[in-house]
Design a protein around this ligand. Structure first.
Ligand code: FES
Ligand SMILES: [Fe+2]
Length: 383
């Protein structure tokens, strides 16, 4: 890997472009294993919408790096996360993606049983093992934070600052701490969720989200709503900038028709604008006046990424059964167009034509910052 990096930096390129990562970074199992260890298992990782865990005992299992994580709601209503591994002989506690238990998780192998706080509470012949500490032999805890109605976990022994790494990214992008709070994301309701199984490396999806050089080519509906996107400059390359709706556009919908009720906290300066935020490594947030589109990525392999996308609206709007179709359809098409583009690139990452990578044009230069960040993370720290 270091060798490939050296080749890239040794390339002589015209001044208007800068190098991408070499193709191997998108296919190499060793690179992906390093990313699992030093990125997904080391940083805060957004796993579920808190409202998906509606009551104590509701659970979801999610893949975070190389680990399966069991996320649940305990009896005191707090959200807990554990490594999904039985402390007896290692069986997966739950294999379903989601479900509900009444008061405990029982391992299907020899019936060791854990309460919703992860303590070992029962096992066949447990009374004959009085020396077995029920907390020490409980499920292994994972750090949990809730923000904007989402649950984030961190597998690191000493998690990094959530304020700096997660909230700080959103603040840095919008240029103001309160800007994201005005959307009151925690209190919005999920109007629609679509899960995409994308046959592409997670970094291609991040890079695609960060630039708009492709907008004029592949996003006809989006550029209709946000005419400035046709110029290829992504809102993300300017701090605090939101792309303005076209004059004739009434809402952030597939046909420019009026959307639904505006989120009350959204100020005049945020009205009729679209803001996009990348929270590394695996969250995209899209803000428009009447809804929020929130992507969570689950990288499963070097060439496969599951993307869960939620469309969040005011609770009243969702409960009234309002037609959300035109609003959802716009970004659903954007997602399909973007993911098709990423899938078109993925097979070529192995091509000898791309061994040294490609180039970033001026409107994509900020992606270079993502590459620098990635190389820095892969190059340091324990596995
Ligand atoms: S492996 Fe879980 S009870 Fe034995
Ligand atoms: Fe796009």
């Amino acid at each position: 890997m270091a060798d490939q990096g050296a080749i890239v930096t040794a390339r002589s390129l015209p001044p208007s472009v800068i190098a991408t990562l070499p193709g191997g970074h998108y296919t190499d199992e060793n690179v992906f294993a390093l990313e699992q260890a030093r990125i997904f298992e080391s940083m805060w990782f957004c796993v579920v919408r808190a409202s998906d865990l509606g009551k104590p005992g509701a659970f979801r299992t999610v893949q975070v790096g190389r680990e399966s994580v069991l996320v649940t709601r305990a009896r005191d209503d707090s959200i807990r996360a554990f490594l999904n591994v039985c402390r007896h002989r290692g069986a997966r506690i739950r294999t379903e993606e989601s479900g509900e238990v009444r008061r405990a998780f029982q391992c299907p192998y020899h019936a060791w049983t854990y309460d919703l706080e992860g303590r070992l509470i029962a096992a066949p012949n447990l009374t004959r093992m009085p020396d077995l500490d029920r907390v020490e032999y409980g499920l292994v805890n994972v750090a949990v934070r809730e923000w904007s109605g989402y649950v984030w976990v961190c597998l690191a022994d000493e998690p990094p600052s959530f304020e700096a790494d997660v909230i700080g990214e959103a603040t840095a992008r919008l240029g103001d701490e309160r800007a994201i709070e005005s959307y009151d994301i925690a209190n919005l309701a999920v109007g629609r969720r679509i899960v995409y199984d994308v046959r592409a490396n997670w970094k291609l999806i991040v890079e695609n989200f960060m630039e708009c050089y492709h907008c004029a080519t592949i996003h006809p509906e989006l550029t209709e709503v946000l005419p400035e996107f046709a110029d290829g400059y992504a809102a993300q390359s300017f701090v605090g900038h939101g792309a303005e709706f076209g004059e004739e556009i009434r809402g952030f919908t597939v046909d420019g028709s009026a959307g639904v009720d505006r989120i009350p906290g959204v100020g005049e300066e945020q009205d009729r604008r679209y803001y996009a935020i990348t929270i590394k490594p695996q969250v995209f947030v899209n803000l428009v006046p009447d809804h929020v589109i929130w992507h969570r990525m689950f990288p499963l392999a070097a060439d496969r990424t599951i993307v869960e996308c939620d469309w969040l609206f005011l609770r009243d709007v969702v409960e009234a059964g309002t037609d959300l179709g035109p609003s959802v359809e716009l970004f659903h098409r954007v997602n399909e167009q973007d993911f098709a583009a990423c899938e078109r690139c993925q097979p070529a990452m192995n091509s000898r034509a791309y061994a040294r990578g490609g180039v970033l044009v001026p409107s994509e230069h900020h992606i270079g910052g993502f590459h620098d960040w990635l190389i820095d993370r892969l190059g340091t720290g324990p596995d």
